[in-house]
Design a protein around this ligand. Structure first.
Ligand SMILES: NC(=O)c1ccc[n+]([C@@H]2O[C@H](COP(=O)([O-])OP(=O)(O)OC[C@H]3O[C@@H](n4cnc5c(N)ncnc54)[C@H](OP(=O)(O)O)[C@@H]3O)[C@@H](O)[C@H]2O)c1
Length: 300
């Protein structure tokens, strides 16, 4: 697997498959180092984090690993996010959870990331969710300061609608290199809601969270999940018995948006399996059979 340019207007390169640490709870530093080295051996060098993951703890586990083995830092790209305040956190005076993209909070969030991760820069920082009160010029000002201070190299957003993405791009000088969105055979909405068109229009590769439906693809028991799994099993057999995780990722990879899936497993054998998704060659009819199973209706 190779590293690829994330946006036509940026030099940032990430691996084509990204390892997400949302589910990282408590691992010893040596276990995190082992996990990262395994991913690196497959060419997976980019790691997705957020200030709030694991109730503000996930980044500290990665940080301890980086402290234990500082040479890892230059081999990986760290993506993190800010802009969400969790209920009960020190950022919430009243105790409610809310979104905050004020300059003060974004700067605080990056400081928190750097301190937890025990590093002095982030490769990519994303606004985690669209804040109803966000002011593009305030965000741009914060991003410019963070870039000038060398604390963040590149910027993007997550869970933005196409019109929110357009708005920010039209008002900001700082280029946005990605929009991280949810997409899978169990959540096909980006195919129709303009998110993938928007990525192609802006020349960015979207990052994709929960590309395996957060595991529901394998264990979900709703009628839709059962039907999608059945169609996947049929297509898997036609393709020589490939694993379902590979098929689900290949479904995303086939789209011209050239998306970058963020996988959430922390099991080395499952990471190895996911990396084989690039070898899957499904045809257009098989791709549509999965879309039709997901939407529960034939094409019009
Ligand atoms: N921007 C956002 O708002 C946002 C939101 C959510 C997540 N994210 C990012 O996206 C990343 C991925 O999300 P995700 O964890 O939901 O992704 P995912 O890859 O769709 O789901 C991971 C889950 O699937 C299970 N799984 C994977 N392979 C399996 C297999 N072959 N058989 C059975 N179960 C399997 C894993 O279990 P095991 O762990 O037991 O293998 C894990 O529970 C997160 O880590 C985070 O970085 C971003």
């Amino acid at each position: 697997m190779k590293k690829v340019k994330v946006a036509r207007h940026s030099e940032l390169e990430l691996s084509e498959l990204i390892l997400g640490f949302w589910r990282l709870k408590s691992l010893e530093a040596n276990e995190v180092i082992h996990l990262i080295n395994h991913a690196l051996s497959l060419g997976i060098s980019s790691i997705d984090e957020a200030d709030i993951y694991g109730n503000y703890q996930s980044q500290t586990y990665l940080g301890r690993a980086l402290k234990e083995q500082p040479s890892l830092r230059d081999k990986i790209q760290i993506i993190s996010k800010g802009g969400i305040v969790l209920s009960g956190s020190r950022f919430s005076k009243s105790g409610i959870g809310f979104y905050d993209t004020t300059e003060k909070h974004l700067m605080q969030s990056v400081e928190q990331c750097l301190s937890d991760l025990q590093t002095d820069y982030l490769d990519l920082f994303l606004i985690h969710r669209p804040d109803v009160l966000m002011d593009p010029q305030v965000i741009d000002s914060a991003f410019k300061k963070l870039k000038q201070q060398g604390k963040v190299l590149h910027f993007g957003v997550s869970n933005f609608t196409p019109s929110q993405f357009d708005l920010l791009c039209s008002q900001m000088e700082t280029p946005l290199v990605t929009n991280q969105i949810e997409w899978s055979v169990l959540h096909h909405q980006p195919v129709y809601d303009g998110s993938l068109d928007s990525a192609l229009k802006h020349g960015i590769r979207p990052m994709i969270w929960s590309p395996l439906g957060g595991g529901q693809l394998f264990t979900g028991n709703s009628p839709k999940q059962i039907e999608v799994r059945k169609v996947m099993q049929d297509i898997s057999e036609e393709l020589g018995g490939i694993a379902l995780d590979q098929l689900a990722l290949a479904w995303i990879l086939k789209h011209p948006a050239k998306a970058l899936p963020v996988i959430g497993t922390l099991k080395t054998e499952r990471i190895s399996s996911a990396a084989k998704a690039f070898d899957v060659n499904m045809n257009n009819e098989q791709w549509y059979r999965l879309l039709i199973a997901s939407q529960g209706a034939p094409m019009p």
